[in-house]
Design a protein around this ligand. Structure first.
Ligand code: 5RP
Length: 231
């Protein structure tokens, strides 16, 4: 078989995620669904199983629209204490399954839904596996009036923030994409940025990394990488 292109890899891993969760779905199961092109392929693959589970919580308006299109029931997260799975793509993953997310700007809702999921399954193609996070600029969602103040603080932390022009998040905020941060300790960076007044959240998923990473390879294989428990 010839090597797959990136779209084919994303479709392949989306299908794998759907077949991974499908045997565990029951009429009471609620799943969280991420945002982006890889998550879209997952939704497409999930559509056939829509009557096997209760419904979904969406991490963005775009994802809610796609779920609705297939007739998958979409619920408000406030209705549930916990959800079974959260399935989403990422922009980068390191070997500890710590992630950078938010290329599509849905990071805050993604982080909220991931935080209440029993298992977070991250789906990527092999180009997104890195040794050290940070080649992909870190998205930071900011309250509009704090944009310049937060940008100055981010420079103080060693980053170079770039305002994402003509983009407003589903929550009515703006995004700064931060280049050049030292990511040798992702949890420390996450804490530092979360503490800045005006920051809603940022796209580092180090305190709540993925539990399972599915990686689509050009060979056609999909690797399963499970996070090792920290000691
Ligand atoms: C959206 C995200 C996406 O998961 C991330 O940007 C990857 O997107 P894609 O699957 O389109 O490559 O975090 O906010």
């Amino acid at each position: 078989m010839s090597a797959m292109n990136q779209d084919q890899l994303k479709a392949n891993v989306g299908r794998r995620a759907a077949s991974y969760i499908e045997p565990n779905l029951t009429a009471k199961s609620v799943i969280g669904v991420g945002t982006g092109s890889t998550a879209n392929y997952f939704i497409d693959a999930l559509a056939d199983s829509k009557n096997k589970f209760y419904g979904a919580v969406a991490s963005s308006e775009a994802t809610a629209d796609r779920l609705n299109h297939y007739g998958i029931r979409v619920y408000d997260l406030n209705e549930f204490d916990e959800i079974l799975y959260y399935i989403d793509g990422a922009d980068e993953s390191n070997g500890n399954l710590e992630l950078i997310k938010g290329g599509g700007g849905a990071l805050t809702r993604e982080k909220i839904v991931a935080s209440v999921a029993r298992e977070f399954i991250c789906i990527i193609d092999e180009s997104k596996q890195v040794n050290v996070l940070g080649s992909f600029p870190l998205p930071v969602e900011v309250i509009p009036m704090a944009r310049s103040a937060v940008a100055r603080k981010l420079v103080g932390l060693g980053g170079q923030p770039v305002y994402r022009h003509d983009f407003v998040t589903d929550n009515g905020n703006v995004i700064l994409d931060v280049h050049g941060l030292d990511m040798s300790n992702p949890t420390k960076v996450e804490d530092s940025i979360n503490g800045l007044p005006g920051v809603v959240t940022q796209g580092l998923f180090a305190k709540r990394p993925a539990d399972l990473l599915l990686v689509a390879r050009k060979s056609g294989d999909v690797d399963e990488v499970r996070r090792q428990a920290a000691f």
